[in-house]
Design a protein around this ligand. Structure first.
Ligand code: TRP
Length: 452
């Protein structure tokens, strides 16, 4: 049996929301959402994305928190406790594989964020032209050592936070830093929508043009919904296990999903006007944020200070997310394999670092590191977000809908009658039929088993 005596818990309702939102809000909102939306035609993608958040994201999220809180275990241990001797623990195994992959490419981009923080500190944006902003990014990527250096540094930082234990630090800091991040994005939004040509950017983001949807767009939207909400790999089972019995899970789920979605949209509002104002392609891929926002800083009053704040907070947002991913691996290593916390963190970070370095090199230096036209970075991103997370989510909703037990489920969601949970019948209908069917259809469509 897993060591289960001294599990921590979140101190308050606000603490639960702050920590869970801290996991959800990260590079996924500010780096990934705009670039995936940009590659997939903007408005129509956004609409699909929102649909998936509501129909699939919310129920999967609530299901994960329910499993975690009712079992008080890591994902692997939770399924072994609920269904001993059966194969459901494979959800936990898949989650650990996904955790390694996500943290690998995530740390690469978090490394870019550190480079941009350094650029902000040394005032490298003020007054620069759009061309110079682009060549700054290319020079950085063409350096043999800089991207790797920052990635390794980021891994050391996130490793040391997880090593030290997350109880005091994370909850305390996210409560202060998240609201500051939101204020900053609002300021950037205001600057962005007053740029010449802003309207075109806003139209791109908000006016759905369904002719721009590609065959892969539906899967990209589903993958992004999972990625952004931190669902499908057991992160929220782990966090759910730290939530007290008298917290309202439905409320927390709704709050986190709303915060996460708003921040993604606000990031889009900051970025797309700049895309059109400065003549950058919306389909620039993973580079998009780093090519657009510095232009705004370059031209805005007080740009130096805003850039400094922005990249600091983006680094922190990335950190609170990676920590939640790393914690899944570390919880498994310590609780199930009985490795000490220090060793578990070191082991996980070494594996992630190895994969991360390879995927960083696959982007600009060793393009041979690729399969079927996708570089390693893209492969890790695709398999984790678009395959493992939806598959994990599918199994999780099926489990909660059909095997967890209806009475027990109602009891967990209502905290045994403390709350009404009047959404219960709708939730049950969605987890039983709508969500599994929708996920299965999207997955089957993307492997070519069916064609929409
Ligand atoms: N949601 C985070 C972001 O948007 C990333 C993340 C944290 C994540 N934990 C996760 C993604 C678990 C998938 C699964 O940046």
């Amino acid at each position: 049996m897993p060591e289960n005596v001294k599990r921590g818990s979140f101190g308050s309702k606000f603490g639960v929301i702050a920590a869970t939102a801290g996991s959800a809000v990260g590079l996924g909102n500010i780096w990934r959402f705009p670039y995936i939306a940009g590659e997939n035609g903007g408005g129509a993608f956004l609409l699909l994305y929102l649909g998936f958040i509501i129909l699939i994201g919310l129920p999967v999220m609530l299901s994960e928190l329910t499993i975690g809180r009712s079992t008080q275990r890591n994902p692997f241990g939770a399924f072994r406790l609920l269904r001993p001797g059966q194969k459901w623990f494979w959800i936990g195994v898949m989650g650990i594989a996904a955790a390694f992959m996500i943290n690998a490419f995530y740390s690469v981009v978090a490394g870019w964020t550190l480079e941009y923080l350094f650029k902000a500190i040394t005032n490298q944006f003020t007054g620069e032209s759009p061309e110079s902003i682009i060549s700054q990014f290319n020079d950085f990527q063409n350096s043999n050592w800089r991207p790797l250096f920052w990635t390794v540094l980021f891994l050391c930082i996130s490793g040391s936070v997880v090593w030290a234990g997350i109880e005091k630090g994370i909850e305390k800091y996210t409560k202060i830093l998240m609201p500051v991040l939101i204020v900053l994005i609002v300021i950037l939004d205001i600057r962005a929508i007053t740029l010449p040509g802003a309207a075109e950017g806003l139209r791109f983001l908000f006016e759905p043009d369904f002719s721009k949807i590609k065959a892969s767009t539906v899967l990209e939207a589903l993958g992004q919904a999972f990625f952004s909400l931190s669902i499908g790999m057991g992160t929220l089972i782990t966090y759910g296990s730290y939530i007290k019995k008298n917290e309202n899970l439905g409320m927390s789920t709704a709050a986190v999903a709303i915060i996460d979605t708003l921040i993604a949209i606000m990031a889009g509002v900051a970025i797309f006007p700049a895309v059109f104002a400065f003549g950058i392609s919306p389909a620039s891929g993973p580079d998009l944020v780093f090519l657009t926002l510095p232009n705004i800083f370059a031209q805005m009053k007080g740009g130096y200070i805003f850039a400094l704040f922005f990249f600091t907070l983006l680094t922190v947002a990335a950190l609170t997310s990676t920590i939640s991913i790393l914690e899944v691996v570390v919880a498994y290593f310590t609780e199930e394999l009985h490795i000490t916390r220090g060793r578990a963190t070191l082991l996980a970070s070494l594996g992630i670092g190895f994969l991360g370095i390879l995927s960083s090199l696959s982007l600009y230096h060793i393009p041979e590191l690729s399969i079927v036209g996708r570089n390693l970075f893209g492969i890790l991103e695709f398999i984790s977000s678009n395959v493992l997370l939806p598959l994990g989510g599918l199994l999780i909703v099926i489990f909660v809908a059909w095997l967890f037990g209806k009475t027990k489920l109602k009891g967990e969601l209502s905290s045994n009658g403390l709350f009404k949970a009047s959404y219960f019948p709708i939730f049950l209908f969605i987890v039983r039929y709508v969500a599994p069917l929708a996920i299965a259809l999207v997955l089957m469509n993307s492997v070519g088993l069916i064609k929409f």
